[in-house]
Design a protein around this ligand. Structure first.
Ligand code: NAD
Length: 350
């Protein structure tokens, strides 16, 4: 397939682009290159003749029309977004702009390119919208999010993603645009921007700095290794049923504190100089509106598309810690760019 991957220079988008090239697809990455992007994430595929890059903003309709016309993709995989919950609390405007208006603009460009209507299908094409389980709000001690769980977003980030999901659904119901949607739990793994929880823990442990944990660290998340998310997304984009949504999860629930402790244990093993790293844990004031628990029922994608995660949480964490220790150039270059990494030690992601 010829895939147009928006947000392809970010964390998950670049994993999708790398996996798609290795699976034999053609990939066009469309990315505005905001602070969260890192073209180095794409270095390993940059020389492929099946790969190309377009620097563009999903809010720029003229640019989108040109890209659709030039590249004639078979599918859009839409990952471009403002993605960091803490930033959405500090400054929600960019989230409304990119996640809602940007998705609307991309939908309209895609609809014009597709050229169909409810009564008359257009060219062979599909629009895959990538979203989060945070749109469902929070769970208590039990229960799982399914594809039919009611939306109840609690942060500006999740509300903006929920709005974009609704737009995509409506473009299918109203205009017949062939869409598929997916909602995924927390991702972790290589190339994760160093403001998010897992890289913060690894890099602070390495630097002997305090490791911040919100509240008492008892918030529960389901964690999925980013490369497993990429294979799930390619399955949904190519084989998902039009008009359907798929929940994607790692079947790997853990409290934030347990994640931090496991990483400290791995750091003790791989960087014994600083052991025991758990001594660096520091509990900080909780985030406002912090959802207590997310957990995913991924049986639909497993049964319909035959997808399952390939690594356990412990294996994935081990690979991730090793990657950060072996790829210091990658994160040191981001630190050198000066992206407010004073936030390290102060802020963390979900
Ligand atoms: P990221 O912040 O690492 O990457 C986002 C990318 O989008 C960046 O490369 C950025 O430059 C680009 N971008 C931002 N605004 C843009 C615009 N206006 N036009 C074009 N490009 C723009 O995010 P991520 O963690 O890789 O998440 C990707 C998608 O997956 C998001 O839609 C997010 O909501 C969703 N998601 C993320 C997670 C997670 O755990 N990270 C979980 C579930 C779903």
């Amino acid at each position: 397939m010829r895939l147009l991957v928006t947000g392809g220079a970010g964390f998950i988008g670049s994993a999708v682009a790398r996996q798609a090239i290795s699976d034999g697809h053609e990939v066009i990455v469309l990315d505005a290159l905001t602070y969260a992007a890192n073209p180095a994430n794409l270095d390993s595929i940059a020389a492929s003749n099946r790969y190309s890059f377009e620097q563009a903003d999903i809010r720029d309709r003229a640019a989108l029309d040109g890209i659709f016309a030039r590249h004639t993709p078979d599918a859009v995989m839409h990952l471009a977004a403002e993605s960091h919950v803490d930033r959405s609390i500090d400054g929600p405007a960019a989230f409304i702009d990119t996640n809602i208006t940007g998705t609307y603009t991309l939908l309209e460009a895609a609809r014009a390119y597709w050229g169909g209507s409810r009564d008359k299908p257009g060219r062979d094409f599909r629009f895959h919208h990538i979203s989060t389980d945070e749109v469902f709000g929070t769970l208590g001690e039990t229960g799982l999010f399914t594809e039919t769980t009611a939306y109840a977003p609690n942060s500006p980030y999740s509300a903006s993603k929920a709005a974009s999901d609704h737009l995509v659904r409506a473009w299918h119901e109203t205009y017949g645009l062939p869409v598929v949607l997916s909602n995924c739990s927390n991702n972790y793994g290589p190339f994760h921007f160093p403001e998010k929880l897992i890289p913060v823990v690894i890099l602070n442990a390495l630097a002997g700095k305090a490791i911040p944990v919100y509240g008492r660290g008892d918030n529960v998340r389901d964690w999925l290794y980013v490369e497993d998310h990429a294979t799930a997304l390619l399955a949904v984009a190519s084989r998902g049923k039009v008009g359907e949504s798929y929940n994607i999860g790692g079947n790997a629930e853990a409290t934030n504190l347990s994640i931090v402790e496991r990483i400290c244990g791995l750091m003790d093993e791989m960087h014994p100089e600083g052991a025991p790293h758990v001594r660096l844990i520091e509990f900080v004031t909780d985030r406002p509106g912090h959802d207590f628990r997310y957990a995913i029922d991924a049986s639909k994608i497993r049964e319909e598309l035959g997808w399952e995660p390939s690594v356990t949480l412990d294996e994935g964490l081990r690979q991730t810690v090793r990657w950060y220790l072996e790829n210091r150039d990658w994160w040191q270059a981001i630190q050198a760019r000066g992206h407010k990494l004073e936030r390290l030690g102060l802020k963390q992601a979900t």
